[in-house]
Design a protein around this ligand. Sequence first.
Ligand code: MG
Length: 239
Amino acid sequence: MNLIPAASLNPFSIYCVGKNYQMHAKEMLLWESEDEPGERKAESLEEPIIFLKPSSSLSFDGTTSIPLFQGKPISQNMHYEAELVVLIGKNANNIPVRDALSFVAGYGVGLDMTLRDVQMEAKKKGEPWLKSKGFRNSSLVSDFVPAEHIISPKSLAFELRLNEKTVQRGEPEKMLFDTASLISYLSYIYGLRAGDILFTGTPEGVGTANRGDKLHAELSLKEKNGTIVLTGLDAAVEQ
Ligand code: MG
C-alpha cells in the first residue's frame, strides 16, 4: 500500500476537536475543577468543540518542544494527545453527513501536543487556546492511509506508547461526533479545502511529555483476530 507522506502536507487549516471521547471529557474535569471544589458533570454537546492550530504548528522532523520566550519556557506541563487524523481530499461546502466520507483523502494518527497549564489558565480567563495548542511543532502526524483502503473509520484503532509503555488507546467508533458528522459540520460552517487536516479528538490517558521522552503512535485496522498496523509516527520531546 502506498501511503500519503506526512512531508507532502500543506494544509490551509488544521482543525481540532475538543472532548470527543466521553472518558477524556471526564478526565479533563479533574484538571478543570482543580480550583473548584465539588463535582462537575460533563455536559452533553449539540455541536462539537472546534479549534484551530496554525499550519506552522506542523512538525516535519519528528520533534516537539515547549517554545522559549525571552529565554524561558512558556509552559511547565506539555501533554500528549494521540488522535485519529483525517486528511481532506477535496474542497467541501455544505456536505450532508451521508456524503461526508467521500471527501476524505486519507487516515493517519497524530499528536495534538498541548501546554496544559497554559490552556487551563486561558480557560479560567476566557481567553483563546491558541498559545496552548498552536505553538511551533505542536502538531505531529503520520503518513496517511489512502481512504480507498478504509471502508469505515469506525474499523480503525490507535495506540500511543510513551517510552515503550502504552498510555492511550482510542477507537474512533467511540467518538461522540463521528468522522462523517465532523466533516459535514465543518463543511457547513467553515468550508473545508483540499489538503486540510482534522484532528478528531483524544481518548483518555493524556499526560505529561518530558524532555527526552519518546512517543510512538500507531493506527491499526481492527479485524476479527486482532489488529493490523497501517501507519505510525515517532516523536521525540526536546528541550
Ligand atoms: Mg486534542
